[in-house]
Design a protein around this ligand. Structure first.
Ligand SMILES: [Zn+2]
Length: 186
């Protein structure tokens, strides 16, 4: 038997089982088999989203009848608890950062965009993906919030912010200290 295939997971050469008719993607190492199974499972789940939904519902109904189940499960699965805790912390930090950004936009929308612009101008690694992502993230958050602000203005004109909603030109930001108030002399 010849070593004719490369394992998708550990990159070693292996002899595929002739019965798999060339479809075998992983070698026979337990870690590779496990990874392959896990990937296949994830792919199947993403192709069948309704399965997860109905299954989650079933699990919820079942565990609501067994109140001590999760308590026992957490006690016997410390790794699950650790991962869950980390993920919660991540979600909390993401939310906190998002709200901090919102506060910054609300108190000084032009200053917020100006900071983004300066980041673009001064970053020596602007070509790097993360820098671009940060900038786009900021602009997107700003646009989303502007839309919300606009909707609020429509419903409550008395408490509308001074920002007039006119399009912001990035090149003018440095010169413009504050947004020009709406002046309509007719
Ligand atoms: Zn392998």
């Amino acid at each position: 038997m010849k070593l004719t295939r490369r394992c998708l997971y550990c990159n070693c050469l292996f002899t595929p089982n002739p019965r798999t008719n060339g479809l075998q993607k992983a070698c026979s190492k337990p870690a590779c088999l496990k990874a392959r199974r896990s990937d296949a499972y994830k792919a199947w789940r993403s192709r069948n989203p309704h399965y997860s939904q109905s299954r989650n519902g079933k699990i919820l109904r079942w565990t609501s009848k067994q109140p001590s189940y999760w308590k026992k499960y957490r006690r016997s699965h410390p790794e699950y608890v650790r991962k869950n805790r980390l993920r919660s912390l991540e979600r909390y930090e993401e939310k906190k950062a998002f709200f901090a950004k919102q506060v910054a936009i609300k108190s000084d929308p032009i200053g917020f965009l100006n900071t983004i612009r300066q980041k673009m101008a001064h970053s020596p690694h602007f070509a790097k993906r993360n820098a671009i992502k940060d900038v786009l993230d900021g602009i997107l958050t700003y646009l989303l919030f502007k839309e919300t602000l606009h909707n609020e203005t429509l419903s409550t004109p008395q408490t509308s912010p001074r920002y007039d909603g006119s399009p912001v030109v990035l090149s003018e930001l440095g010169r413009k200290a504050a947004p020009s108030p709406v002046k309509k002399t007719q």
